[in-house]
Ligand binder design. Structure first.
Ligand SMILES: NC(=O)c1ccc[n+]([C@@H]2O[C@H](COP(=O)([O-])OP(=O)(O)OC[C@H]3O[C@@H](n4cnc5c(N)ncnc54)[C@H](OP(=O)(O)O)[C@@H]3O)[C@@H](O)[C@H]2O)c1
Length: 270
């Protein structure tokens, strides 16, 4: 029997992108899923798509940046399916711009969604995850492994997920709940994806993909099944993590060189 058969998973930010790809993979492997996002129309269309695959799916519109909506997301899994085995904290928003130029609302929006949002939903889901001795997974980024210029709020939010996951793993040790974190590389994105510019406007992302969404989804499920603590995707991520531990100064010089180069190296690899 497949590990995911009959399990109940809650995936935040699953109306498109990595979250939807993860929901698709979970449905394919027999899980029942709760998907969430703010945009109700797109969420409902994703729910129908998953239902057409044969999935038992509940869609809960809401903003992870608020406690009330986060609580409703976790409650929907229990009221709809009677339990919760897996929480994937995937909802996130990216940004561009040096801190000196950032509108304050960009800072608060990125931290509320990427960091406080993951804490709220996890906090709301904890009793059910403890009851099932389940899994909580945080979707971070290579940008959570070390700082990048022009991405301070995003790096702070994704780096913060490391501290959150590590603390939680210790707190949950007696309960048998697995806490893991995935550092994604730059992933294929849907045409509708938008990120925050420094003035708070929404603009299309400007980086080429390093891996497809389906690979991200399969890797997330593999790390859940193996109860792994951490997964770093892409050779750039793995190399960067090791290099930064050995010589942070060298990595910083390489990043600054890449950013100043006219060959677009920084844009291709950050
Ligand atoms: N794509 C990449 O290259 C990449 C690389 C590293 C890490 N990541 C991380 O992977 C995750 C998914 O990225 P993605 O590229 O798939 O993003 P995406 O295409 O922009 O999808 C983000 C999803 O989250 C939802 N969302 C955004 N803000 C929300 C909020 N406040 N409350 C609830 N839902 C919210 C969006 O729907 P609504 O807008 O309707 O709410 C959407 O369903 C993010 O955490 C991202 O930081 C992505």
């Amino acid at each position: 029997m497949d590990y995911f058969e009959g399990k109940v998973a809650l995936i935040t930010g699953a109306s498109r992108g990595v979250g939807l790809a993860t929901a698709r993979e979970l449905v394919r492997r027999g899980a029942r899923v709760v998907i969430t996002a703010r945009g109700a129309e797109r969420l409902e269309s994703s729910r129908s798509q998953l239902a057409r695959m044969g999935g038992e799916v509940i869609a809960v519109p809401g903003d992870v940046g608020t406690w009330e909506d986060s609580h409703a997301m976790a409650a929907a899994a229990v009221s709809g399916f009677g339990r919760l085995d897996i929480l994937v904290n995937n909802a996130g928003v990216s940004m561009r711009g040096d801190l000196a130029e950032l509108a304050p609302e960009v800072i608060s929006r990125v931290l509320a969604t990427n960091l406080a949002g993951a804490m709220y939903v996890t906090r709301a889901a904890l009793p059910s995850l403890v009851a099932s001795r389940g899994h909580v997974v945080f979707i971070s980024s290579i940008a959570g492994l070390f700082g990048l210029p022009g991405a301070s709020a995003y790096c702070a939010s994704k780096g913060g997920l490391t501290g959150l996951c590590e603390s939680l793993r210790l707190e949950l040790e007696p309960s048998g709940v697995h806490a893991g974190i995935v550092y994604l590389g730059f992933t294929e994105h849907d045409p509708e994806k938008r990120i925050l510019a420094c003035d708070g406007s929404l603009v299309p992302p400007d980086r080429p993909a390093h891996h497809p969404q389906s690979l991200a989804a399969e890797s997330i499920l593999a790390m859940i099944e193996k109860r792994r603590r951490r997964l770093v995707m892409t050779p750039v991520g793995k190399l960067g993590m090791v290099a930064y531990r050995v010589s942070p100064g060298l990595v910083e010089r390489a990043i600054l060189f890449a950013r100043s180069s006219r060959l677009g190296i920084y844009e291709r690899f950050s």
